[in-house]
Design a protein around this ligand. Structure first.
Ligand SMILES: Cc1cc2nc3c(=O)[nH]c(=O)nc-3n(C[C@H](O)[C@H](O)[C@H](O)COP(=O)(O)OP(=O)(O)OC[C@H]3O[C@@H](n4cnc5c(N)ncnc54)[C@H](O)[C@@H]3O)c2cc1C
Length: 338
């Protein structure tokens, strides 16, 4: 690779983030091969420029002007690489589209990923926030990942334990300037059992001919009926994480609203619904300049046109302070401000 030739100056990222924020980067580069990375970092050091990594841009709030290099993960490839007695191991390169991977695995007759259908973004970003939906999360199926360590310049394999997965969290999110996920391996059960432990899926339990395909179709239909389409209403999915609070902290809220959604956690704390808190704070459909809260889903922040990172930050701060004042609960953003 000739880094000079591969760096594209004044790179426009407005169509590469699902919030459609106006965003430019001093340079952009497509990473089509992991061998480009050490060369890229040497070149970035020579120019004294920071490097940030972008997948599908579906979980980021991009700065209007980034004075550095944006590396777009574009490595491709997915395959079944091993059959074990209990699981089939599949591997995907970081730049593969996550939903395509889910569809492909189902076409191979493999179950396990169907509840995670239609989540935008890339396979390489999936472990970053341990993607989850409809009662499933990546960690349940994760086998390992090949990871480039920017500190050492070397490549290592991370096990599930190395990734320190938690709710919408991992070591990659914790130490976001250090690791680049190059590929992931997932272990899909050969004895597939549907995971129907979620509203909207439970009624499928009566279907004796249930397949990963039919569960996936239901998940897709449910998601399309609930979430605004980011192509029409630019957004980053759930904008706030569901807060996990102590029982004492939740007590006043539950005394006032006994039916408020709350889910006991293994450590005794309670997970609350951020969407419910925002809606009950009267913010569904609220607008602040060019951005606002969706009128369809209180957890979704929408760019109505022309919004920038600063507009989203102002809206997020308003939502957090309103919910804190009303319920005493602190919300945290899910997307990464880059
Ligand atoms: C409409 C909509 C619905 C969504 N629904 C869900 C949902 O149900 N569940 C859920 O969990 N998420 C959901 N999301 C969020 C998002 O789709 C996921 O977080 C997804 O994994 C982000 O992938 P990406 O490739 O777009 O990452 P990006 O947005 O490009 O990047 C996100 C972060 O990961 C880092 N990153 C990207 N690629 C790599 C890599 N290869 N190695 C290291 N770091 C990397 C970036 O630097 C950044 O910090 C939704 C988003 C949208 C827009």
């Amino acid at each position: 690779m000739n880094p000079q030739a591969s760096l594209i100056p004044d790179f426009d990222l407005s169509s590469r983030n699902t919030l459609a924020l106006r965003a430019r980067s001093r340079f952009g580069i497509a990473i089509e091969n992991a061998a480009q990375l050490p060369i890229l970092f040497a070149e970035a050091a020579r120019r004294a420029l920071p490097v940030r990594v972008l997948g599908g841009g579906s979980n980021v709030v991009l700065a209007a002007d980034f004075d550095g290099i944006t590396a777009l993960m574009a490595t491709r490839g997915k395959a079944i690489i091993e059959q074990r007695e209990d699981v089939t191991i599949i591997e995907a390169q970081a730049g593969e589209t996550w939903h395509d991977l889910v569809c492909w695995s189902v076409e191979q007759g493999l179950g396990g990923l169907e509840n995670l259908a239609l989540i935008p973004g890339t396979a390489g970003a999936a472990p970053v926030q341990n993607i989850g939906a409809y009662g499933a999360e990546l960690a349940d199926l994760f086998e390992s990942a090949m990871v480039y360590d920017r500190n050492s310049g070397g490549t290592t394999s991370f096990t599930r334990a190395d990734c320190a997965f938690a709710y919408r969290h991992s070591v990659f999110k914790e130490d976001k300037d250090r690791y680049i996920v190059l590929s992931i391996r997932l272990a899909l059960p050969r004895d597939w059992r549907p995971n129907l432990n979620f509203a909207g899926l439970a009624e499928l339990a009566d279907d004796p001919a249930l397949t990963p395909q039919s569960v996936m179709e239901r998940v897709i239909a449910l998601r399309q009926s609930k979430l605004p389409d980011w192509r029409l209403h630019p957004n980053a999915g759930s904008f706030f994480q569901n807060p996990i609070v102590s029982a004492e902290m939740a007590a006043p809220l539950l005394a006032e609203f006994p039916a408020a959604p709350h889910f006991p956690q293994p450590d005794g704390r309670l997970k609350l619904s951020a969407g419910w808190l925002i809606e009950k704070s009267g913010l569904k459909g609220f607008r602040l300049g060019p951005v606002g809260i969706s009128d369809r889903h209180a957890l979704v922040v929408v760019n109505h046109g022309g919004g920038q990172q600063a507009d989203i930050a102002a809206l997020a701060n308003h939502v957090k302070s309103t919910v804190r004042t009303r319920f005493g609960v602190q919300l945290h953003e899910e997307p990464v401000f880059l």
